[in-house]
Design a protein. Structure first.
Length: 242
């Protein structure tokens, strides 16, 4: 796969950097379009890798041109592509916005999310959950910040972690920034139902990019890589506090 336009649907915090993923223009059955997870040959992708020469940090729903060098699948992370971030930086081509953005999410939902969340045969999916709860917490002593989410999907098999009281970690840079803004109003913890989220954001619909972690303690943990709200919401990402 040569230079490709990728619709970015995840910009996430990782322990040693970030992770990003999106759709190429190539069609496929279960996911509609092919997922691509740009990676470096070694080590994690860094914020600078996904920053254009003009200083724009790539965001979800940006369409960017990337130099994909070769596939390097690492099951279940079969979407991994080694990418040249050094010689040619990401080039922002356009953004998916407004009615086109709303229609795109509704028309490109994953047809078999259980392959990701239960069977672990691949590692990325776009879904519209039937129900969701979200939690943000900030320990005032240690400074530890967490964003978590539980969800139920319209499919036969549910992931037990997503259904548990602890839920899944949310790694979405923008959603985490939004949670910090809400906590700055004075609370150390905030838990929201789907109704609460819709009311706060005046949301008509909510979609999730879900993924799997690298293996940790023998398990591929489910992660919420992105929270897509229609219409979109605003949040300022402070790169010092991801």
């Amino acid at each position: 796969m040569p230079t490709q336009e990728i619709l970015i649907l995840a910009m996430t915090k990782m322990l040693s950097g970030i992770c990003t993923a999106g759709f190429s223009c190539d069609p496929t059955s279960a996911t509609g379009l092919c997922w691509v997870r740009p990676t470096r040959p070694f080590d994690s992708v860094l914020l600078g890798d996904m920053t254009t020469t003009e200083g724009h940090l790539v965001q979800c729903c940006d369409v960017v041109e990337l130099d994909l060098l070769e596939p390097r699948p690492d099951p279940p992370h079969v979407e991994d592509w080694v990418t040249d971030f050094i010689h040619r930086r990401p080039r922002l081509r356009r953004r998916l916005e407004g009615d086109k953005r709303a229609a795109f999410f509704a028309e490109n939902l994953d047809q078999a999310p259980e392959e990701v969340l239960c069977l672990n045969t691949r590692s990325l999916c776009l879904v519209q959950p039937r129900d969701v709860w979200a939690r943000f917490s900030l320990d005032p002593y240690s400074g530890k910040y967490q964003a978590r989410m539980g969800f139920t999907l319209d499919c036969k098999s549910q992931n037990p972690r997503a259904q548990s009281p602890q839920g899944c970690s949310v790694t979405d840079l923008k959603w985490r920034a939004l949670g910090r803004e809400w906590l700055s109003e004075g609370a150390n913890a905030l838990e929201l139902s789907l109704t609460d989220i819709r009311e706060r954001l005046d949301a008509e619909a909510l979609y999730l990019t879900l993924g799997l972690s690298r293996k940790y303690r023998g398990v591929y943990w489910p992660l919420v890589h992105a929270v897509h709200v229609v219409p979109d919401y605003n949040a300022s990402i402070d790169l010092s506090y991801l």
